[in-house]
Every structure is written in C-alpha cells, then in structure tokens.
Design a protein around this ligand. Structure first.
Ligand code: HEM
Length: 211
C-alpha cells in the first residue's frame, strides 16, 4: 500500500460483535415479518404462501425478533453504551440541521459529512433521535401489540385497557408501514459512506474505514 494511502486510512472498531449479531438477525427477521405481514394483511391480492403458513412464520419470526431485542437491550444497558443513542440536548438542534443539510444538499456537492463515526461518538444527531425512538418506543410497541394479537383471548384484559382489539391492530399495522418505509430510507442513507458499501461492510466486520 502507498505510504500516503496508509496514513489517510484509519480503521475504527465501531460495531462490537453483539451489535452485529443483533443487527443482522433483526434485519433478516424484519424482512420475513414484512413479507409474511403483507401476505396476512393482503391475503386476497398476494399469493406468496398460504395464509396459515404466513401466520405461523410471522409468529415464529416475531418471537425470534423479540428474543433478539433483549440481546440489544442487555448489551447496551449492561455496557453503559446506551449513551451513544442519547443526543446532547444543548447541541442537538444545530447538529441535526447541519446533518439534514448534508443529506439533502451538501452530499450532492461533494462536501464532507459533518459527523465522523467513532466508537465514542457513533451516531450523528439525526441517527441518535431516530434510533432512540425506534429502539425504545416503536420497536417495543410493535412487539407488545404483536404479542397481544397473537393471543387475543389471553391478553383480553390488557387489550381492553388500551382501547380494544381495533386500536391494537391499527397500532401494529401503522408501525408495519412505518418500519417498511424506514427500511428504504435506512438502506439509502447507509449507502452514503466513503464508498456505497462501506457502512454495510462495517456492520459485518465491525470496522469503519476513515479517510
Ligand atoms: C435489510 C435490512 C437492513 C440493512 C441492510 C441495514 C443496514 C445497516 C447499516 C449498514 C448500519 C450501520 C450504519 C448506520 O448506522 O446507519 C445499520 C445500523 C443500524 N440499524 Fe440497520 N439495516 C437493516 C435493517 C434494520 C432494521 C429493520 C432496524 C430496526 C428496526 C435497524 C436498525 C439499526 C440500528 C438501531 C442501527 C445502529 C446499530 C448500532 O450501531 O447500535 N436496521 N443498519
């Protein structure tokens, strides 16, 4: 390698093994849940598999995603690294505006990303807000509403407390639309590293390559 090139490159270990394992189980689980979810919701228009297969697979994968969530939670709470997800309230507005301007404008002019990913400051202000709400509010809401829909009779009391089965079903389906759209945005933004595949590779190897 050219010495100047070696100087310009710095590998930073940003994704420890538990995060990588959690992330890829979660991502593949979501793809299955979305496919089977579409089949369950639009059974009359799509024919990927029988309805009963779709329901069984959806339930089974749902439990894998729930169990896997506890891997994420125990890793981040146990290590104290959950603070990576918490925005700095004094600076969050300015940083979020700069980051949004980068995604929407500066990136296309070839200007540098205002945020550098390091192990201690892994997420930019927009990622922190999005990931925090997703991991601590939306994903738990999706898992709990899914559990209630799985055993309607068993959880009748809680379901009624929250406004009835229609409310729970609406929450589950709205979040299903949210997560489906999130996946597209998330994957697009993940291509904006120093090469289109850089962030994807880092989620497999653990190392982000800085130029
Ligand atoms: C095909 C599906 C997916 C792909 C290809 C993908 C790709 C990636 C990549 C490349 C990163 C690292 C760069 C970054 O932080 O943006 C990442 C991080 C992350 N993704 Fe995904 N993702 C997928 C699905 C999901 C889903 C379904 C969720 C949540 C419901 C999710 C939540 C996250 C979170 C929270 C992080 C930060 C993890 C951490 O470092 O603590 N991803 N994803």
């Amino acid at each position: 390698m050219h010495p100047q090139h070696a100087l310009n490159q710095q590998m930073d270990y940003v994704h420890p093994a538990p995060v990588r394992v959690w992330h890829w189980i979660n991502a593949s689980g979501f793809l299955f849940l979305i496919l089977t979810g579409f089949q369950i919701r639009y059974a009359e228009s799509i024919n990927l598999m029988t309805l009963s297969h779709a329901i069984n697979l959806h339930n089974y994968v749902g439990f894998v995603v729930i169990a896997n969530y506890f891997l994420w939670l125990s890793y981040y709470l146990g290590s104290g690294k959950i603070k990576l997800y918490i925005p700095d309230l004094r600076r969050v507005v300015g940083l979020a505006i700069r980051q949004a301007r980068y995604y929407g404008f500066d990136f296309f002019l070839g200007r540098p990303n205002p945020h550098t990913m390091t192990a201690e400051n892994k997420f930019n202000a927009l990622q922190q807000q999005a990931y925090l709400v997703i991991m601590l509010v939306l994903l738990p809401a999706q898992m709990i509403s899914g559990l209630f829909l799985w055993k309607v009779k068993g959880y009748e009391e809680y379901i009624n407390l929250l406004g009835g089965i229609k409310v729970i079903d609406t929450i589950h389906v709205l979040l299903f639309f949210f997560f489906t759209s999130f996946l597209f945005i998330h994957c697009y933004l993940a291509t904006l590293g120093h090469t289109p595949l850089a962030h994807f590779k880092a989620m497999f190897t653990g190392y982000e390559n800085h130029h």
